[in-house]
Design a protein. Sequence first.
Length: 391
Amino acid sequence: MSRYRPVPTPVQEIVLLGHCGHARYVWNLGLEQRLMWRPGRPPTPGYVVQAAQLTEARAAEPWLAAGSQTVQQQALRDLDQAWRNFWGGTHHKPTWRRAGQHEGFRIVGPQAQRVQRLNRKWGRVLVPKAGWIRFRWSRRVPDSKSYRITRDRVGRWHIAFTAIPDPIPAPGTGEVVGVDRGVAVSAALSTGELLVCPGLRVTEQARLKRLQRRLARCRRESKRRARLKLAIARLKARERDRRKNWVEKISTDLARRFDIIRVEDLKIGNMTRSARGTVEEPGRNVRAKAGLNRGVLAQGWGLLVTRLEQKAPGRVERVSPVYTSQTCAECGHCVSENRESQAVFRCVACGHRAHADVNAARNIAAGRAVTARRGTQSVPVKREPHLATSA
């Protein structure tokens, strides 16, 4: 999707928040109906039945009829698609939408094509019930049949036009690169490049810690607590924006420079699972594991691979990560003693020295795996199918 920053007036913002509230209400009501199913009961209503019920609800409730029917119907369509994705095994189970966290709605059809450019910096889009809303024309708006307007926790509005961009063409040089993802070094390339995802500065981290401590002492539902939550959300949004900007630049650069991009086939969800345990069997080193999980998630591992697969479809391959950090990229000798520290790799057999992450990236680039007896061999890698995804 191509995202832009709209600038609604105070009156238009009230209308947009009303659309968000209607979409959230319809989503939660439809989700509640579907969650009521139990074995032995008849099927829960699908989109067609729920759309008919929405028409009856709009006739009975004036506050619901005051909103846009398109917004409310698309909320039901989004819910239906979310369930289809869940049963297809590609997404998690749909969950409840909360005020302040899930603020947004979608517009489709001819209404979504009413976009005009005012000048070099500004454009405007026609939103039902809200009128023409100006937005920053930061780049060309693609031909789209739908758009989505969202509001993040900081209060910033975004408009995203749905479009399928052209993939980045391969350079045709036949070069292969391996990408090793880590915590100290976000991405190490087999070419020797070490890439670090930018986060909050030291002063920003100190301020975030102070705000979080002050938040813990605030009274629930107080105005001071609301102000502190907003200040924390702004810092978190700054960190998230930097991470996403870094991922976009790195993924575009790799897609343009290399024909084949090989990454580790990591199960990030399993790796960042909490070690808290249960009351009967409490976990160990819970605080240390929580810190490691935060460090992993802050590097944007999953987002980097996702954007690579979207920008270079069919050219991203996943390699088994087994023993890639302990195997020498020169001679193939694999023992745990090869890894002297987090950053130093020295092969005890041939004496090869290198940065540990770069050595692992070279093994990934070669598609090298290790057998049960720790004998190296080249194995078929998992190639991602050609997917038509949006940027």
